[in-house]
Design a protein around this ligand. Structure first.
Ligand SMILES: [Cu+2]
Length: 567
């Protein structure tokens, strides 16, 4: 009898394997997500061993009943969007397999086109960028912009291509902190990132740079955005004002200027959705008055965050220690430096790492994002809850904890960026143009232009750099915003220092890789600007790479430029 059963089981297995329909039915749901109101859990941690982090990721997507498409990275153990934990000097060997499907109407034709176009089968030079192409950008890391490392200009992996190997070394001098990975296929980045294609990278050792975080339990929180689950719902009755619902030129809910109303996108925290209009908060469990390090990525496609933790109506102190992957005391501020704030603005793409103290026993906190004024042409980012912070003595601890008595990080060998004289100053500007100037609802073209050049949407095929810089130098870039909405300037491969904001010196004593450029209000005599000190000293910055707005519909729409750093 047993033998018969075994044979039967074997037959079933063979049958299932040769009949994709059957095996598909048995397959688990692709890109599953927690329900609204769920407890926030940490992504799985993948740690390097003996100086090597080996990981196999597959990019999946799945069409939902509501018409949206989810994207996810699944590793060889089945974990979704794992956190890659590396030390400076480690070798990363990451293979990426593309299992994406183009679910758009007319997809079959597009698929055939790409199979012809991508015939050379070389993911380094395929140049084919379609809805089902993918690749990876390692946001914030100073690694070379070349194929198999951090090239996004030509590297494109198609479904059916052999698994593609990324192989790079984390620089010995990479500052410890929070970085992230996401696809960067020109024209289709927004769709994949909104769908959930992103994950965290941690360069270990923040506790070596800043004593204040030693021994703290740490949490990785990835805040993503996605299309509204309830786009037609009226705002919740508790909202004090019901603003007029307008749409911006991208088709998203426009900035109402009230802090209320329909947001452009829903948010999620570690994939727990917090949908409009009631924003049922996710749940973060802590022990009473426990201190933790929260490492937050704004992995949104277009949503600005302005994070605050409320206890009752009182904003709680947030102890900022690192931004965009760089400790705030990188430039020699005290070894235990903490910048205590009550709210933290985080543009799309940026990261903040801060100390949080849990509410006292019997109380609950609320993690919220406060409204961000994105300008008359910007999207609506209203006030809304993200997660309640509940406390109990036996709340589970996060799986990772920073070392309690590490070797202090040696001081940086490089002179501080703020004290280096720039070799030149360049001016670049963000602008937008309606295709039909008489029709405010016509499509928008997005530009990022070097002053003196003709505004043009980024053309990945052109290969002609907009800027040529020399490795070993430092330059000042003035970024101007001639449009009526906020943009987030980001450059690959390097960090910069914010020198002036709106023409006023700020000389921030720390570094960023993503910064807000304030919008033009239509009245001021001059367009608003920021001045950035750009650091091309590292040999890893040699090559061709991009700078762009990190609001992904702007980036996909052409608000991007090409820089060549010559050796
Ligand atoms: Cu933008």
């Amino acid at each position: 009898m047993l033998k018969t059963l075994l044979i039967f089981a074997f037959l079933c297995l063979c049958f299932a394997q040769s009949h994709p329909v059957l095996s598909a039915q048995a397959a688990p749901e692709a890109c599953p997500r927690p329900l609204p109101g769920s407890v926030v859990t940490e992504p799985a941690d993948l740690r390097s061993r003996n100086g090597v982090l080996k990981v196999e990721l597959t990019a999946h997507n799945a069409k939902q009943r509501d018409g949206s498409t989810r994207y996810c990275y699944i590793d060889e153990n089945g974990a979704a969007s794992p956190t890659l934990r590396v030390n400076p000097g480690d070798l990363v060997i990451l293979t990426l397999r593309n299992d994406l499907t183009d679910f758009s109407p007319g997809a079959a034709t597009a698929a055939h086109l790409h199979m012809d176009a991508g015939k050379n089968g070389n993911s380094c030079t395929s140049d084919v960028m379609t809805r089902e192409s993918t690749n990876l950008h390692f946001h914030g890391l100073t690694i070379p912009p070349v194929c198999h490392q951090d090239d996004v200009l030509h590297t494109s992996i198609q479904p059916g291509d052999a698994p593609f190997e990324y192989r790079f070394r984390i620089p010995e001098n990479e500052p410890p902190g929070l970085y992230w990975y996401h696809p960067h296929i020109h024209g289709f980045t927004k769709e994949q990132v909104l769908g959930g294609a992103s994950g965290a990278i941690i360069v270990e050792g923040l506790e070596r740079a800043d004593k204040a975080v030693r021994g703290l339990p740490e949490r990785v929180l990835i805040i993503r955005d996605q299309d509204l689950l309830n786009p037609n719902a009226p705002p919740s009755k508790w909202e004090p004002v019901v603003p007029k619902m307008l749409f911006d030129r991208d088709g998203d809910a426009a900035n109402t200027g009230t802090g209320f109303g329909k947001p452009a996108k829903d948010l999620s925290i570690n994939f727990v959705p917090v949908p409009y209009p009631d924003y049922p908060p996710a749940v973060i469990e802590m022990r009473p008055e426990e201190q933790q390090l929260w490492r937050v990525v704004n992995a949104s496609g277009i949503t600005y965050l302005n994070l605050e933790i409320l206890l009752g109506h009182t904003p709680q102190p947030l102890g900022l220690v690192a931004m965009d992957g760089v400790p705030l005391n990188e430039n020699g501020l005290p070894r235990d430096f903490v910048d205590w704030q009550t709210h933290l603005g985080v543009p799309p793409g940026a990261r903040v790492e801060f100390i949080v103290k849990g509410p006292p026993e019997g109380a609950a906190g609320l993690l919220v994002t406060k409204t961000v004024d994105t300008g008359a042409g910007g999207e609506n980012d209203p006030n809304r809850a993200i997660a309640t912070i509940t406390v109990s003595k036996d709340a589970p601890e996060p799986p990772s904890e920073l070392a309690a008595s590490p070797q202090p990080l040696p001081a940086s060998q490089m002179p501080w960026l703020g004290s280096v004289v720039p070799v030149r100053t360049r001016k670049l500007y963000f602008s937008e143009k309606l295709l039909d100037p008489n029709d405010p609802n016509s499509a928008t073209e997005f530009y990022m232009t070097v002053e003196g050049q003709t505004p043009a949407q980024f053309d990945p095929k052109s290969g002609i750099p907009n800027i040529i810089a020399k490795q070993g130098t430092v330059e000042d870039w003035i970024i101007e915003n001639r449009s009526s909405e906020l943009h987030a300037f980001h450059i690959h491969q390097l960090h910069f220092m914010l020198v002036d904001y709106r023409g006023k010196p700020v000389n921030e004593p720390f570094l960023r890789d993503t910064v807000n450029v304030p919008y033009y209000d239509g009245k001021a005599l001059e367009y608003p600007t920021v001045r950035l000190r750009m650091d091309f000293r590292d040999p890893n910055t040699v090559g061709d790479f991009v700078y762009h707005c990190h609001l992904l519909e702007h980036e996909d729409g052409g608000m991007m430029g090409l820089i060549r750093v010559e050796p």
